[in-house]
Write a protein that binds this ligand. Structure first.
Ligand code: DP6
Length: 390
């Protein structure tokens, strides 16, 4: 039996991927840029074993059995890796051997935080380790076919998914723009918002957008190319103000496209909008742009903020969105933040008209991070090819 265990990080888009030109190959209509988050706070962990004795491919996700052969995206990833292994010729066991896969997310899926990107990146990376394949751009084209945004989780730091032009998707790859060390004090506060509504998933939402939005093609052709260039320059120069402005405008445009979709897809709720207002008011109150929000296909806010500005921003959030549990470890997760004395002015930061008490479920403090990593054998989620728990 051969086994490999790896972890892969979550990434958060700055310039958003929204809309496909090929549903099966998962080819996007525009480029996107993301930041990889520290795997210490949030990651997917996957163990894959291959054995001559396994009768069929099997998978367990967070301890539950999940269908394998019927999952087209999963099968595309496995077949993609088999193709590379065949071309590489160096694999140490026959490709006909079946695999057992166990995967966990170390962050609550109930929070509605995207887990598919880390999950598919981890799957593809772990398969590559199992078959002794090198980490390269080709792997990103395989992870992309699991979930588009997964291709960006194969690198740390800042990552650019180039849409590519070819029909077969061979040039729709992710590349690293800068490693995490380039801007190590880039931190993030994730505000997890209470919300019970059922929402349209990203896959369906962007499909409807391409079919019905009059704005989406304008965005892909005219807006995104310039924004990618400007954002690359801002990252290169570690220019937080420009970085923040592009990021917030991008988030706003994604949700404008969603509203322009018919029927509209509404992902942000009143609390999300209150957080966006709060960030603008906060920046105005402190006299410079120190925080930037971004929202994906859900109501949770991700706030980019430099490490030195985290305590003050967090204190202002605690004032604007008070919570009965505000000092507990269940409420404030992730990297510890030293308490600060809040200046009076911040008390006036307005948050709109929502009843702000207990509007946030919890807050995660995290930062920029590295790409996937292989772990030692004792970290395995499988024993003799079967999950530890079941
Ligand atoms: C809003 O990668 O989840 O997070 O390719 O259909 O699996 P599929 O979609 P997915 O979409 C992510 C969309 C987004 C923006 C982004 O991450 O760029």
């Amino acid at each position: 039996m051969f086994t490999a265990t790896c972890i892969a990080p979550v990434n958060m888009a700055l310039v958003k991927y929204w809309g496909k030109r090929n549903e099966e190959l998962i080819l996007p209509i525009n480029d996107s840029v993301s930041m990889t988050l520290d795997a210490n706070e949030m990651c997917a962990k996957t163990t894959i074993s291959a054995s001559e004795s396994f009768k069929q491919n099997r998978m367990w996700l967070n301890g539950e059995v999940v269908p394998f052969e019927e999952n087209a995206r999963l099968m595309r990833c496995v077949e993609g890796i088999h193709r590379l292994a065949l071309a590489n010729g160096a694999h140490k066991f026959p490709l006909s051997w079946k695999v057992h896969i166990a995967s966990y997310n170390n962050f609550p899926t109930a929070a509605g935080l995207a887990s598919s990107a880390a999950g598919y990146a981890c799957l593809v990376y772990t398969l590559a380790r199992l078959y002794d394949l090198p980490m390269n751009e080709e792997l990103t084209t395989i992870a992309r076919q699991g979930s588009g945004s997964a291709c960006r989780s194969l690198y740390g730091g800042f990552v650019h998914w180039q849409r590519g032009l070819s029909a077969d998707g061979s040039d729709s790859i992710a590349v690293q723009l800068a490693p995490a060390e380039h801007w190590p004090n880039m931190h993030m506060l994730i505000l997890v918002v209470n919300d019970a509504r059922k929402k349209t998933g990203s896959t369906k939402g962007m499909q409807l957008g391409v079919q019905t939005s009059a704005l989406i093609q304008h965005r892909a052709k005219e807006v995104v190319p310039q924004r990618v260039k400007d954002l690359m320059a801002a990252i290169d120069a570690r220019d937080f103000e420009s970085f923040a402005e592009i990021t917030m405008k991008e988030s706003n445009q994604l949700h404008a496209i969603c509203l322009d979709t018919y029927p509209p897809c509404v992902y942000m709720n009143d609390v999300s909008h209150a957080i966006a207002n709060f960030v603008h008011d906060y920046n105005e109150t402190v006299g410079s742009v120190q925080a930037a929000y971004t929202f994906d296909a859900g109501p949770n806010a991700c706030l980019y903020v430099l490490a030195e500005n985290v305590p003050r921003l967090l204190a202002a959030i605690q004032l604007a969105f008070p919570n009965d549990a505000s000092q507990s470890v269940e409420y404030l997760k992730g990297i510890p933040v030293p308490p600060v004395e809040v200046k009076n002015g911040l008390r006036d930061v307005s948050i709109g008209h929502v009843n702000a008490k207990n509007m946030l479920k919890y807050i995660i403090h995290t930062k920029i991070g590295e790409g996937p990593k292989q772990l030692s054998d004792e970290k395995s989620l499988l024993i003799d090819g079967y999950p530890l728990t079941k």
